[in-house]
Design a protein around this ligand. Structure first.
Ligand code: PMP
Ligand code: GLN
Length: 382
């Protein structure tokens, strides 16, 4: 009776596996990416207000107009991109739904989609479920920058889409402006779409600028850019984000979104609309907020045997454990959780073909300072 699996080689996502192991072992959980502090009180107050005010029925399919208007204001202020909230912005159930619906909407059977490994784990299965063929290109340690010569060589008449994640999970790398220019030259005169996973847009450090696809009109016109309120407001459990794309792409995107999700939690949309308007400084302060956490985490590890290059963005830091053990990263991550009480994510799971002998673990530093001190005190002993 059981039909063949559509994803026979796929197990439970590593985030669930490691968070569960951390809980079972009572370990400090620096594995799955989420903050251990609350969202801003002003935002939480607005949710309570709107729940009580009776904003509890279906929202419009594309998102609450007030929220889309507030997003358009932000896009203009941050990326100098003028967007029509009616035809170019869609509120989604987190970035995960947005990525899935975008791939489902635009990838046809036999189409190739270029992904960069290590790649966030939802892209490849979504492409395959759409009948597409993922083409995995490696990013090379230690800086994990794009190899645009490899992209040029991989582009074929069947290439439908390139998925670009910056700042990049799991490596913490960020794309530089000249790579965006080169990418523009590569896709010019093709029908290739760009799917931009920009959920860490405001977690970018050392004075860098986030190179959003939306900053480059030529790229923006062929892009579906994906953002997440869960990341920006420390409320990952809300699962609310949005997609920005020119009108024809948005119309096609909504054809799918309306049947995957239809619409997103109404009181959250009201509250986010209010908060975007009342507290725009919140996202402006995020880079420094997380840069301090990155610095603290890295400084506290200075005497350890882990080697690191501080992340350019995201709330993740890679640590190289080559000086400690030559175990495979999955084994070491499990042992670290069980025996030492600190959970992290092995990086090899994000590759189609993991590089032999790579010894990298990803740690999430979106934690209060006390937690970062407790975790690094353990890591310093190894
Ligand atoms: N893309 C990347 C790179 C992520 O790290 C995450 C975090 N889960 C997502 C997408 C999904 O975001 P959301 O929680 O808004 O669905
Ligand atoms: N984005 C988060 C991470 O990379 C978790 C996402 C998830 O659990 N699906 O850890």
């Amino acid at each position: 009776m059981l039909p063949p699996s559509k994803l026979p080689d796929v197990g439970t996502t590593i985030f669930t596996v490691m968070s569960q192991l951390a809980a079972d072992c009572g370990a400090i959980n620096l594995s799955q990416g989420y903050p251990n502090f609350n969202g801003p009180a002003g935002l939480l107050d607005r949710v309570s207000y709107h729940l009580r005010a009776g904003h509890n029925q279906y929202a419009p399919m594309a998102g609450l107009p007030a929220l889309r208007d507030a997003i358009a204001v932000k896009l203009r202020a941050v990326y100098e991109r003028a967007t029509d909230p009616d035809t170019e912005i869609t509120v989604t159930s987190g970035a995960t739904e947005a990525l899935y619906a975008a791939i489902c909407a635009f990838v046809h059977p036999g189409d190739e989609v270029i992904l960069f490994d290590p790649a966030f784990d939802s892209y490849d299965p979504a492409v395959r479920l759409a009948g597409g063929e993922p083409v995995h290109l490696p990013l090379h340690a230690p800086d994990f920058s794009l190899d645009l010569d490899a992209v040029a060589a991989a582009i074929s008449p069947r290439t439908r889409m390139v998925v670009l994640n910056t700042p990049h999970n799991p490596t913490g790398a960020a794309i530089a402006a000249d790579d965006m220019q080169r990418l523009a030259a590569l896709v010019r005169d093709t029908n290739i779409l760009l799917l931009g996973d920009e959920v860490y847009e405001h977690m970018i450090f050392d004075g860098r600028r986030h190179e959003s696809l939306l900053r480059y009109p030529e790229l923006a016109d062929r892009s579906i850019a994906v953002f997440s309120f869960g990341k920006n407001y420390h409320v990952t459990g809300w699962k609310i984000g949005y997609v920005v794309a020119q009108p024809e792409l948005t119309a096609e995107f909504r054809r799918v979104h309306q049947f995957v999700q239809f619409c997103v939690a109404t009181p959250l949309q009201y509250a986010l609309a209010d908060f975007l308007e009342s507290d725009p400084q919140h996202y402006a302060e995020l880079p420094m907020f997380y840069e301090k956490k990155r610095n603290l985490f890295c400084e506290l590890l200075q005497g350890s045997r882990f080697r690191l290059t501080p992340s350019a963005g995201t709330y993740f830091q890679l640590l190289d454990y080559a000086a400690i053990t030559d175990e495979p990263d999955l084994d070491y991550a499990r042992r670290l959780t069980r025996e030492s009480g600190v959970a992290c994510i092995p990086v090899s799971v994000f590759y189609e073909r993991p590089p032999a002998g790579q010894t990298l673990l990803r740690f999430c530093f979106a934690k209060d300072d006390e937690t970062l001190r407790a975790a690094t005190a353990i890591l310093d002993q190894l």
